[in-house]
Structure formats: structure tokens, C-alpha cells
Design a binder for this molecule. Structure first.
Ligand code: GLC
Length: 548
């Protein structure tokens, strides 16, 4: 049992995507006042903390992951006062607030980048970012062959103050997101101050965006193969990538950690898409991150052997450095797991599903995603929930091109539709405009008809609904302190196609495929199988929690 101050070891953290959670002013984009008005529902769900995707000042070219002022709220979402009101309300409900820090790049509208554009090549201003001379006779070719994660080249050439074409700047993402030069001490100082700004304001910690991209290999060598993914590699033993997961980042991790340790009980979680859990574990050594997203778990299909292997690897790998494992199935960058789990094969991360792609098997997705969630929420460690998954919300897979917003769509001429389908405003009330997202019916992305069936109002209090399942799982998880518990596999309770583990006296039993299994005696604490009675059989793709 860890001290309560180490809350992050076992916390259930709910991700709010501010544009799409609740819209207070009715303009079709969610905001802080809307969020504050709906925090009660999160307290009722039983989560410990909320992580907010960025609501900082931003031209919104990448939905806020293009920050032009790290110390202010974008007027689209409200003001710093609205933030303080929201924080106070969350605190009064016992919910901690985590904000999203985007240190790899800023917006091209950030004052520092604008100053760099006005300055001369090789100036101190330019050195805050990654400016380089082009190749070719007149510098007309990009400095190297790197491609942006969103498609197209990772370099853009600028017009110098004298009006002539000049240097190029690096952007691993959109051209509106220039990469900072983290070798420059002034960049580090700038972010020390951003961290302190939010810590002083009372946040419990940070989710750090693209943490594994901040340091680039010396000399910026070409990549062997451009995969435009967040790992840059498909093979686990691929050679080091010139802009992902460079060793030099650990020094930055330690610097961030030192700043957090000036305060009490704060934590940070890395968004670091590293190909193996071994590599991820290096990021959560005692003087680095508290947590890192377990993307290996997210990428694991509903498969008995694969799940058991990834859980073992996670508990061993993170445990070896004294860190908790995290567990996550959905976020704002991946296809929602209620849809993903209905496919045998899904498009790669970030590509999304459009109307031309084979459409999902909704019933299968619901069945398996509920089971996958019930399996995940029993595991010891910290779990992440993405807004709407507690409603079983599917991906919107038929968004028309004219509504698309993700830069990926534009940078690939629609070839990769991108991530809009998991970012649609969530449904609160089945029979209200915009499903209760606001009062006006406006919505920055269209909501699918199916939301009627998934609205919170449809599920609230309804036995067997996905929302009630989440509430029940989270309650039992808390009552039995399963987040701080210990996993012990329980083969004696499982058969050939099932997998069981115990954690603090609760047996979590999953039946994967094939025939039904008889449940062991005990008190039924939670079940994905509707109307299940004790001593009955557990069907395939169902999970039960039993108190032994
Ligand atoms: C992270 C964010 C993603 C964003 C990207 C660039 O991966 O999660 O949404 O587009 O960084 O900031």
C-alpha cells in the first residue's frame, strides 16, 4: 500500500477533450463553463482525476495542439478565471486536474516563432526553433528527407525579412507547428516557467505531448523509411530513429521532474510512443516520469494469449523500475475501442475510418469493448478513460469530407481521413439539440444518428447499460483498492479459452471465444453479461468480477 500522496499510482484518469465535452455558450465548440457545469457527472462516474487536452491560446490548426500562448486560455474555451472556477469545482468534488503540455512544438503564431521569422539566420531567435539551410544550389531542397506525421514533408521554407526565399524550419506535425530546439537552454528555461505557472495555479500535473520527439539526432540524418507514425518503426528491434525516442530526452525528463518535485503530490505522464515496454519503462525511472501511456496495451487485440503477455510484460517492466503500469484503450488520436474491437484489422494509428472504408460491426464492437474494459479496469495501476467511452460511444465513421478538420486529411489529400471520428461532441440527452452538448444544436463536427442510443440520458440508471457498467466497475475497483493491489493469475478458475486473475480478493474472469464456462461460486460484483445470475454460465466475450 502506497501513501495517499502517491495518488497517481492507482488513479483512474478521465480525458476531457474540451472542444467536445460540453458547450456552455452554444457556439458549437465545448468550453470551460460547459465543463464546469457537467463535472458532477464525472464525480458520479467515480474517477479520480481529469486530464484536459489543450485549452491554451491557439489558432486551432491542430485542435489546440498548436499553442500560441502557454500561459493563457483560448477565448474559444473561456478565460483564466473560468479555469480557476472549474478547478475549484473539481477540487470540491475530489477530482484532480491535469493539463496537457505541448513542448515539442508551438504554433507558428507564438511570439517566439514570429520573432524568429523576423530575425536573421543564425540569430538567437532562430535558435529557439529548428531552422536549417536547404540543400541544392539555391537551398531549394529540404534539409533532409523527414516526413510529417500528418503527411507531406516535415520542412517548410520561409521568406526571409528581405523578401527572398531562405531557410527551412522543421515541423514533425503540421507546418503551423514548428519544432522547438530543445538543445537550447532558453527553450528549457521557457518551459520551466510554463510548468511553474500551472503548478502555482494548482494543477495536479501534466500529460506531456509528444514527449519522445523533443530531441533530434545530431546532424539530422535522413530516415531509412518514412512511416509517418508516432513510433516511426514497425519492428520492435528497429535501429534508433532520428526523431523518436532519442536518449537525450531523459535529461529533459529529469529536468521536468525536478520542477514538479518542488511541489507536493504532482505527477506527469508521458505521451511517448515507444515500440517496446522495456523502452517505455526507462521513462518512468524514479527521477523521470511518474507514468507513461501504455500504448502496447492499447494496441493489443482482444486475444487471451496476447493480453496475458502484455499484462505480464507491463507489470514486470514497469515494476522493475518501481513504477505503476498504466492501462488505456482509447484517446483522441486513435479509433475508439468500441469500434476498433469490431474489426479484425484496423487502419494504422491516426489514419481513421471514413465512409469508403469497410464499415464496422457495431454489435461486435460493443460486445468486445465492454469486455475489454472490464478486463482492464480490474488491473493494478492507473487507468485512463477517454470521454464518451463510458457510454460505449463508437467512432463516427461516415463523416463527410466537407466537415473534416484534422490536418492529416488535408496534408494527404483525403487519403488518410484522420482522427475526427473519435472527437465528435458527446451526447448527454437523447432528445435535445446536439444531444444536449449545448442548447443551440450547433456542433463543430456532425454527430451521428446512433448517438440517440448512446446518450447519457438513455443509459443513466438503466441496468446493464455501459454507463452503469463503468460506474459499477469503478466503484468496486475503489472499494477493494484494486489500483494498489496485486495481480495473480488464476488458471484454476479459467478454461482453455478463458483467462482469470485475482486482485485484492476479486476474481476477474474473461471468456474469450467458443463455449460458455461455468462460473466459480462467490459474490457477483460486476458483469458485462446482462441479467447474469450467480452459478450461471459465462458466455464468450464476457467478463465477470466475483468476490471469492
Ligand atoms: C499528440 C497529440 C495529437 C497531436 C500531436 C501534435 O500526439 O495527442 O493530438 O496532433 O501530438 O501535437
Amino acid at each position: 500500500m502506497f501513501l495517499n500522496s502517491e495518488w497517481w499510482r492507482s488513479a483512474v484518469i478521465y480525458q476531457i477533450y474540451p472542444r467536445s465535452f460540453a458547450d456552455g455558450n452554444g457556439d458549437g465548440i465545448g468550453d470551460l463553463q460547459g465543463i464546469t457545469g457537467r463535472l458532477d457527472s464525472l464525480a458520479a462516474l467515480g474517477i479520480d482525476a481529469v486530464w484536459f487536452s489543450p485549452f491554451f491560446r491557439s489558432p486551432q490548426k491542430d485542435a489546440g495542439y498548436d499553442v500560441s500562448d502557454y500561459k493563457d486560455i483560448d477565448p474559444l474555451f473561456g478565460s483564466l478565471e473560468d479555469f480557476d472556477v472549474m478547478l475549484a469545482k473539481a477540487t470540491s468534488l475530489g477530482i484532480k486536474v491535469i493539463v496537457d503540455l505541448v513542448p515539442n512544438h508551438s504554433s507558428d503564431q507564438h511570439a517566439l516563432f514570429q520573432a524568429a521569422l523576423r530575425a536573421e539566420p543564425n540569430s538567437a531567435e532562430r535558435d529557439m526553433y529548428m531552422f536549417r539551410e536547404g540543400k541544392g544550389h539555391r537551398g531549394e531542397l529540404a534539409p533532409n528527407n523527414w516526413e510529417s506525421v500528418f503527411g507531406g514533408p516535415a520542412w517548410t521554407r520561409i521568406e526571409e525579412p528581405n523578401g527572398e526565399l531562405g531557410q527551412w524550419y522543421l515541423h514533425i506535425f503540421d507546418s503551423s507547428q514548428p519544432d522547438f530546439n530543445w538543445e537550447n537552454e532558453n527553450v528549457r528555461l521557457e518551459f520551466d516557467s510554463v510548468l511553474r505557472f500551472w503548478l502555482d495555479r494548482g494543477v495536479a500535473g501534466f500529460r506531456i505531448d509528444v514527449a519522445h520527439g523533443m530531441v533530434k539526432a545530431e546532424g539530422l540524418p535522413d530516415v531509412d523509411q518514412n512511416l509517418s507514425t508516432m513510433t516511426g518503426a514497425e519492428a520492435e528491434n528497429a535501429p534508433p530513429h532520428p526523431f523518436w525516442g532519442q536518449d537525450g530526452i531523459h535529461e529533459i525528463n529529469r529536468r521536468f521532474r525536478k520542477v514538479l518535485d518542488e511541489y507536493q503530490d504532482r505527477a506527469m505522464c508521458a505521451e511517448a510512443w515507444l515500440p517496446t515496454i522495456d523502452k517505455m519503462a526507462k521513462w518512468v525511472r524514479p527521477d523521470e516520469y511518474h507514468q507513461t501511456f501504455n500504448f502496447s496495451y492499447l494496441g493489443t487485440p482482444w486475444d487471451k494469449e496476447k493480453l496475458q503477455a502484455v499484462v505480464n510484460e507491463s507489470l514486470d517492466g514497469f515494476g522493475a523500475v518501481g513504477a505503476p503500469s498504466t492501462w488505456v484503450l482509447s484517446n483522441h488520436d486513435v479509433i475508439r475501442h468500441a469500434t476498433r474491437m469490431g474489426y479484425a484489422e484496423v487502419p494504422k494509428q491516426g489514419d481513421g475510418i471514413g465512409p469508403d472504408y469497410p464499415q464496422p460491426d457495431e454489435a461486435k464492437g460493443q460486445l468486445i469493448s465492454r469486455a475489454a474494459t472490464a478486463f482492464m479496469l480490474g488491473l493494478p495501476g492507473s487507468a485512463y478513460i477517454y470521454q464518451g467511452e463510458e457510454l460505449g460511444l463508437p467512432e463516427h465513421t461516415t463523416i463527410e469530407s466537407k466537415y473534416r478538420q484534422d490536418p492529416t486529411f488535408f496534408r494527404t489529400n483525403g487519403e488518410r481521413v484522420g482522427r475526427d471520428g473519435c472527437r465528435v461532441p458527446i451526447p448527454w440527452k437523447a432528445d435535445e439539440p446536439a444531444f444536449g452538448f449545448n442548447q443551440t444544436g450547433e456542433s463543430w463536427l456532425p454527430q451521428p444518428e446512433s448517438y440517440v442510443r448512446y446518450a447519457r440520458s438513455t443509459q443513466e440508471g438503466l441496468a446493464g447499460s455501459t454507463l452503469e457498467l463503468y460506474k459499477r466497475l469503478l466503484k468496486v475497483r475503489k472499494d477493494f483498492d484494486m489500483g494498489n493491489g496485486e495481480l495473480i493469475w488464476a488458471p484454476e478458475h479459467a478454461g482453455a479459452n478463458s483467462l482469470g486473475y485475482t486482485n485484492n480478493g476479486i476474481l476477474v474472469l474473461a471468456n474469450f471465444t467458443g463455449s460458455a464456462i461455468t462460473m466459480p461460486p462467490g459474490e457477483l460484483m460486476a458483469t458485462t453479461q446482462q441479467n447474469l445470475l450467480v452459478e450461471e454460465v459465462l458466455e464468450h466475450d464476457q467478463v465477470v468480477w466475483i468476490k471469492l
